[in-house]
Design a binder for this molecule. Structure first.
Ligand SMILES: [Zn+2]
Ligand SMILES: [Zn+2]
Length: 265
């Protein structure tokens, strides 16, 4: 059994692959027992996500502002208290994020990204929910802010779609974080990422699709969907020299150890 620890069932182009109920059913057939549909915009996306998670078994959601959206006033005006209340509004909300820093696209001013990131970390500490971290081209600042806000305060979380260098992997592991790998790890050019993956302790590894983006080999270029996490998982099992079943069980156990509010029905 696999768990897709990070997907976006509501993003527009995933509709080419199907409606959320179809995607969840296809995932189930592929041995994917559960998935987290991650929030990027609190103001106009979270209500839909919560409703969807409400009517689909084993589909959970998060609440948070993606770094790309961190400059928008509708997101900036969400207070820490409001974020905490939304996070505690339903047992289907299993984490906070995705938040972090994206200096590759720089769609939002870096100051706004940083402030938003700190707000999300504080909400995690207050709710004891895990943080879903998005970090791109921002390794030093990501590690620094996580440490400043979270070290020694019981902060838990995952570096999602990990594609940074070895230093951020090391810093995140030091902070007790999990590292989640997407289809990127299966791409031909990802030798450095595979080398990093080999250094991550097995009890800290998660798998994800980040669907509809980043379909793993051999589907690269197609619309990704949660069922495809089984391919990334099989690839990683091979990388770690593990039996498929054992690796699937391990990563699923890791998922439930981190996302403690998620429970299969
Ligand atoms: Zn992301
Ligand atoms: Zn995402």
């Amino acid at each position: 059994m696999w768990i897709d620890s990070h997907c976006h069932l509501n993003h527009a182009n995933i509709r080419e692959a199907g409606m959320p109920a179809d995607l969840a059913a296809r995932a189930q057939e592929a041995g994917v027992d559960g998935m987290v549909s991650v929030c990027c915009r609190i103001a106009d996306e979270f209500p839909d996500l919560l409703q969807m998670a409400g009517f689909l078994d084993n589909v959970w959601c998060t609440v948070g502002t993606h770094p790309h959206e961190a400059g928008k006033s509708a997101e900036k005006t969400v207070t820490l208290e409001a974020l905490v209340n939304l996070a505690n509004s339903s047992p289907k909300v299993v984490g906070i994020g995705e938040s972090g820093l994206d200096y590759y696209y720089d769609y939002a001013p870096r100051l706004d990204q940083g402030e938003s990131f700190r707000k999300h970390i504080r909400a995690c500490i207050e709710t004891d929910l895990p943080l879903v971290v998005h970090s791109r081209d921002a390794e030093a600042d990501t590690a620094r802010i996580l440490r400043e806000e979270g070290a020694g305060k019981g902060l838990r979380g995952v570096m999602h779609c990990f594609s940074s260098g070895p230093q951020l992997a090391e810093d995140a592991l030091d902070l007790g974080f999990y590292i989640s790998f997407s289809g990127i790890v299966t791409f031909n050019k990802s030798d450095e990422l595979r080398a990093i993956a080999r250094t991550v302790p097995l009890d800290r590894v998660l798998v994800e699709t980040d669907a509809p983006y980043l379909a793993p080999m051999p589907f690269r270029g197609r619309v990704n969907e949660p069922a495809m996490v089984a391919h990334t998982g099989a690839f990683l099992a091979d990388l770690y020299g593990m039996e498929l079943e054992a690796f699937a069980a391990q990563t699923s156990r890791n998922f439930f150890d981190l996302f403690t509010r998620a429970a299969l029905v």
